[in-house]
Each structure stands twice: as C-alpha cells, then as structure tokens.
Design a protein around this ligand. Structure first.
Ligand code: CA
Length: 225
C-alpha cells in the first residue's frame, strides 16, 4: 500500500513516514503543493491513499485536493489539519476528502482511519495482487505461491508489493530503496540485494520457475510467466 504524505512540517513527516513504514506501508513525502501535484500526476493509479495537510508553503491543500479529484475520484484522502474550525473540515469534505484528523492526533487512530478509508474505497478485486501463480493479499499482508502460504516480514512484504505492482518492469536499486526504505538511506547500502535474497528464498520453490530476475547493472524484475 502506497501512501502519499503531503505535509511541510518535517517533524510530522518524519514521524508519519517512519510509523507508516513500520506498519508495512510504502510512504512518500511531498513537502509542498507543487510537489504533491507532481506526484499525483506522475504516479497516477499507483497511490492507495493521500494524507493531506491544508496549510502548505506554496498554497493550500485544498488546491491539491481539487487537482487530485479531477484525475481520480476514488483515491482515499484524509486531511490532516491544525485548524480545528468546522468550516475547514466541511470545505475539505465537500471537495472530496474521505475523512479528516485534527493535529495533534494519535497515530493509532490515524492507522484505524487509514484502514477504514481503504476498506470503503476498495473494490473487491483491489485488495489482492496476482502475478502468475503468486498472490498477495493487501489487507492481511499474506502471500501465496501456488496455493502455499508465505509469511513475510514487513520490508519483504513492501518489496514484494512493489514488484507485483510493476510486473516485468526493471526496478533499479535506488527506486526500490526510495520506495521501500527511508529516502535518506545510504545509496551505497546493499540492503536491497539482501532483501531480494530473502524474498527469493521465500517465493522460489523447487520445481517452480524463479520469479525475480537480476538485470545486470540495472536492478531487478519480477517475471510474469
Ligand atoms: Ca502545514
């Protein structure tokens, strides 16, 4: 599950990004309205939820929401606002937000609201990804290969989700690092190779085709047989 966090307060973004990643979400941060609009355009169809601050340095989150709703009527949006005024909340909901939270908020409550917003927007088929004989349940976070259940640690799960959302595409180490780990992670780290190794050991079985291919000098690719 890929969450776009639109927020300019770095303490909040770092708290949210770390917390969401610890829960197995992939979190991307946009610190301005312009950056948020660029992510919405560039990753159309690949975002699962947006957390949206209203007070941004270059404009209002309401403009981001208007822009987003022109492209996507379904993507769940939760407004995060320091302003407690009823008018802001009503305007946000009228513009197409699914829910709102007033800062400061409890992270547990935010997680519950994220799950609720995703449930209410999810089409029955959108809760699982299927590539070949590999299946990933996005709500229970369990994978199956050929009917056999595979238990995954959180990073393995986020990594597999990224591969399954982009089958046959070559994913570079830096893209994987950015989407599954913190943006500030040392690019020289071999953590991606290590985790691809863990994932391969879990999803490859004797007699079944290996699914994750190493593309020399470029990265990794999930085959879709
Ligand atoms: Ca703000």
């Amino acid at each position: 599950m890929h969450v776009l966090v639109v927020e300019d307060d770095q303490r909040i973004t770092s708290f949210l990004a770390k917390g969401l990643q610890a829960e197995g979400y992939v979190a991307t941060v946009a610190g301005s309205a312009a950056e948020a609009a660029a992510f919405v355009d560039g990753w159309h169809g690949q975002l699962d939820l947006v957390l949206l601050d209203l007070g941004l340095p270059d404009g209002s989150g309401e403009d981001v929401l208007r822009h987003l709703r022109q492209r996507d009527a379904q993507l769940p949006v939760i407004i995060l606002t320091a302003r407690g005024e009823v008018g802001d909340k009503v305007r946000g909901l009228d513009l197409g937000a699914n829910d709102y939270m007033t800062k400061p908020f409890s992270f547990e409550e935010l997680l519950a609201r994220i799950r609720a917003a995703m449930r209410s927007s999810a089409q029955p088929t959108a809760t699982e990804l299927v590539v070949g004989d590999l299946r990933l349940d996005l709500l229970s976070k369990v994978a199956w290969r050929g009917g056999r259940r595979i238990e995954l640690a959180q990073r393995e799960w986020a990594l597999l989700e990224l591969f399954m959302r982009n089958p046959t595409h070559v994913l570079s180490r830096s893209r994987i690092l950015n989407q599954v780990w913190d943006l500030g992670f040392d690019p020289g780290s071999n953590v991606v190779d290590v985790y691809v190794g863990y994932l391969r050991r879990k999803i490859n079985r004797p007699g079944l085709e290996p699914l994750i291919q190493t593309v020399r000098g470029a990265g990794y690719r999930l085959l879709a047989p």
